[in-house]
Design a protein around this ligand. Structure first.
Ligand SMILES: O=C(O)[C@H](O)COP(=O)(O)O
Length: 252
């Protein structure tokens, strides 16, 4: 096997309250469900069982990712890890779809438009008004972000563009320093990172879905290229089933 000096673990948060209700969530700061809490703890057990013990944690600024990491690390007795958080790891801002039911949106706008908004690389949903009940524009945690970069909607391309500076400036230095890095984030911010790591094309990334709560391990070579393309889920069977469920959201 090729030399793999660096280890990176990606963990999507456990099931959230709005995943359970099948609502577009984006930057809305919902909590985990009980099932999500269990998924997170199991994620920690999977890390422990695989002997993959992170040295440092990076999270988004959103509760569901932060709590998932805490619950997972608690199981692995790693509450003490140094942590950095950034809005750049946040879920994709879902614009005017935030708070909308996925099934109703599919029925109202049709399959093509629904998938364009949900999975196309460069078509964002319509922007969310700043005074909308589901807007985070005035949220204190984003106060240090200049208004021109505070999103009102995002496509995946926008997420890649705002995530990559954090990858290069914060995560890569930890990897090069020899740390096993845990990134606890979201379906679409992790799709953006996987796209970058695996060099997935703009078209093919539409077919890639990330399940909740199952650690995805990337062993990286000296140039930070994955030794195994796509990485390795620590519970591949559960991941395969959960990926199907994410793919079919809105259809039931
Ligand atoms: O923000 C959301 O609604 C989900 O966390 C990700 O949703 P998606 O799989 O529909 O992009």
């Amino acid at each position: 096997m090729a030399d793999a000096p660096y280890k990176l673990v990606l963990l999507r948060h456990g099931e959230s309250e709005w995943n359970a209700k099948n609502l577009f969530t984006g930057w809305v700061d919902v909590d985990l469900t009980e099932k999500g809490e269990k998924e997170a703890a199991r994620g920690g057990q999977l890390l422990l069982d695989a002997g993959v013990l992170p040295d440092v944690l990076h999270t988004s600024l959103q509760r569901r990712a932060i709590r998932t990491a805490q619950l997972a690390l608690d199981v692995a007795d790693l509450n003490w890890l140094p942590v950095r958080r950034s809005w750049r790891l946040n879920e994709r801002h879902y614009g005017a779809l935030q708070g909308k039911d996925k099934k109703q949106t599919l029925e109202e706008f049709g399959e093509e438009q629904f998938m364009l908004w949900r999975r196309s690389y460069d078509t964002p949903p319509p922007p969310l008004a700043d005074d909308d009940e589901y807007s985070q524009f005035a949220d204190r945690r984003y106060a240090s972000l200049p208004v021109e970069i505070r999103p009102r909607t995002e496509c995946l391309k926008d997420v890649v563009e705002r995530m990559l500076p954090y990858w290069y400036d914060a995560i890569v230095p930890d990897l090069f320093g020899g740390d096993t890095v845990l990134v606890a984030a979201h379906g679409n911010s992790l799709r953006a990172l996987v796209k970058h790591l695996d060099g997935v094309s703009d078209a093919d990334i539409a077919g890639l879905n990330i399940p909740t709560g199952i650690p995805l391990l990337y062993e990286l070579d000296a140039d930070l290229r994955p030794v195994t393309p796509g990485g390795r889920y620590l519970d591949p069977e559960a991941a395969a089933a959960a990926i199907e469920a994410v793919k079919n959201q809105g259809r039931k």
